[in-house]
Ligand binder design. Structure first.
Ligand code: NAD
Length: 264
């Protein structure tokens, strides 16, 4: 049969390097025939993102700072000029002050609260606003979340609050856009060693904890997340919207491990 993503065009937002979750999803989509465009945040990352985009045959590689409406406008104007239509967007973007991804949530400042919410939550809606007019034949929007949205995880703090709001916005957008055959979902990924994750306090301990306590007894990879991304972006996932899909070796399902199964 024809490749799963043949004839689909998608925008990948959030590649910083080859360890980025967005890169795992991009590779899966490209392997199955999707045509891709990429955004990068600022010129410092351009030299990392361009060669990766080239590897998967992407021609359109544009800067986009999601805290700036004009920058998002320019990205979608470029897409409209190049393609005229769009089938999917991957939003794999988050930011918070490193100093507040440590210690207690109690100490969150107003400034960093607002900035974290703006970049990690609102930007998904801002992107959806510009993507929807290009999704003339329906589409799929996917963002990235973490279990810290649902339960308290050490040091995740204000980012957990932002992810909770992001997951709620997935549900609101799913209802707004369902009538236009546009699906909106999140992947709640288990911990993966990326640039963004390195800003979280005790991240190595979090990785080890998940590896030892998750049902699959291993950490997930960006390829694992790529597979789930492919499902949500393709027509295989046609009936799925408003969903938060956990790709975390099953860790979210565990309440407590038995004493004889616990790490010694
Ligand atoms: P990453 O550092 O590779 O990617 C984060 C991206 O966000 C970078 O490309 C960065 O340039 C971009 N970004 C930050 N501020 C931006 C702005 N103002 N404008 C445009 N882009 C901006 O790390 P990652 O772990 O691949 O993160 C991708 C997503 O996955 C994030 O939403 C993150 O919260 C989420 N996530 C990560 C993990 C993990 O353990 N790594 C787990 C669950 C969810």
């Amino acid at each position: 049969g024809k490749p799963l993503m043949e004839g689909k065009r998608g925008l990948i937002m959030g590649v910083a390097n080859d360890r980025s979750i967005a890169w795992g999803i991009a590779q899966a989509a490209a392997q199955h025939g999707a045509e891709l465009a990429f955004t990068y945040q600022g010129e410092a990352l351009a030299k990392r993102v361009r060669p990766l985009a080239e590897q998967v045959g992407a021609k359109l590689v544009v800067p986009c700072d999601v805290s700036d409406d004009a920058s998002i406008d320019a990205t979608f104007a470029a897409l409209e000029a190049e393609w005229g239509s769009l089938d999917f967007v991957v939003h794999a973007i988050a930011f918070s002050d490193k100093n507040e991804l440590d210690g207690e949530y109690l100490n969150t400042t107003r400034g960093n609260f607002l900035r974290t919410m703006d970049i990690s939550c609102y930007s998904f809606t801002a992107v959806a606003q510009r993507a929807v007019p290009l999704m003339k034949n329906g589409g799929s929007l996917v963002t990235l979340s973490y279990l810290g949205a649902e339960r308290v995880m050490p040091h995740y703090n204000v980012m957990g609050v932002a992810k909770a709001a992001l997951e709620a916005s997935v549900r609101y957008l799913a209802v707004d856009l369902g009538g236009r055959a546009i699906r909106v979902n999140a992947i709640s990924a288990g911990p993966i060693k990326t640039l963004a994750a390195s800003g979280i306090g005790d991240f190595r301990y979090i990785l080890k904890w998940n590896e030892l306590n998750a049902p699959l007894k291993r950490n997930v990879t960006i390829q694992d997340v790529g597979g789930a991304g492919l499902f949500l972006l393709s027509d295989i996932g046609a009936g799925v919207t408003g969903e938060v899909l956990h790709v975390d070796s099953g860790y979210h399902a565990v309440g407590m491990v038995a004493v004889d199964a616990a790490p010694q």
